[in-house]
Design a protein around this ligand. Structure first.
Ligand code: GSH
Length: 230
């Protein structure tokens, strides 16, 4: 066994466990406890300079950033990404769309809607509104395509792992029938079901708690650092 996945029960972590399951690769799981701040430990920072999950080590080679991990695995196996330049580009476009759009916007929607101590309606509206706009972009693409970029690919995995958590971000999916059809179809895949049970079968509630506790702990640290610097 040469692959170790460092992960937690979060959308970015699931992207990699779903891909590993779909590709049929054997891997060890090293669970990172976000609430305890293990992602900021020197051991983990040596693997992932950004101090965030997921990270993957393949035979001593460390990779961080979930999108980069997905591309690495697709290239390693020749699976879930076409080989031709244009087919590959289509997948990369929808993968980048998730990495630069869906992920950050939903992540910030979660912060301001769920975790931030102060309720700032304009910030909540901004991130939920942008999330909904991006969902409509996916819906339009899926109106005439079964999957986002040709056959089922790492682009579908990346976007699905976030879209499925829309409720937690407070983003409506009503009125987006193609998105809902695609979301339900991927949820039926046995590998996707196995992937979202890694690091362990975790109820939605405890995923949310982990993120919330990690955020609260970071907020406390920032406040303490601010006090010390003042
Ligand atoms: N762009 C990074 C984002 C990773 C990320 O934000 N991970 C979150 C969980 S979804 C995390 O580790 N949060 C804990 C923290 O920020 O300390 C990726 O796609 O890998």
């Amino acid at each position: 066994m040469t692959i170790t996945l460092y992960t937690a029960a979060t959308p970015n972590g699931y992207k990699v466990s779903v891909a590993l399951e779909e590709m049929g690769l054997a891997y060890d799981v090293h669970r990172i406890d976000l609430a305890k701040g293990e992602q900021k430990s020197p051991e983990f920072l040596a693997i992932c300079p950004n101090g965030r999950v997921p990270a993957l080590v393949d035979d001593g080679f460390a990779i961080f950033e979930s999108g980069a991990i997905l591309v690495y695995l697709a290239e390693k196996t020749g699976l879930l990404m076409p080989q031709d330049v244009q087919g590959r580009s289509r997948v990369m476009q929808w993968l980048m769309f998730q990495m630069g759009g869906i992920g950050p916007m939903m992540g910030q929607a979660n912060v301001f809607y769920r975790y931030f101590p102060e309720k700032i309606p304009a910030a909540i509206a901004r991130y939920q509104g942008e999330g909904r706009r991006l969902f409509a972009v996916l819906d339009r693409q899926l109106a005439n395509n079964e999957f986002l970029a040709g056959d089922y690919s790492i682009a579908d995995i990346a976007n699905w792992c976030w879209v499925r958590t829309a409720k937690w971000s407070g983003i409506e999916t009503d009125g987006l029938p193609h998105l809902l059809r695609w979301k339900a179809a991927i949820a039926e895949r046995p590998a996707a079901q196995r992937g979202i049970a890694v690091p362990e079968a975790t109820k939605v509630r405890s995923e949310d708690d982990q993120e919330a506790r990690a955020f609260a702990s970071r907020a406390r640290t920032m406040i303490e650092m601010g006090k010390r610097e003042a």
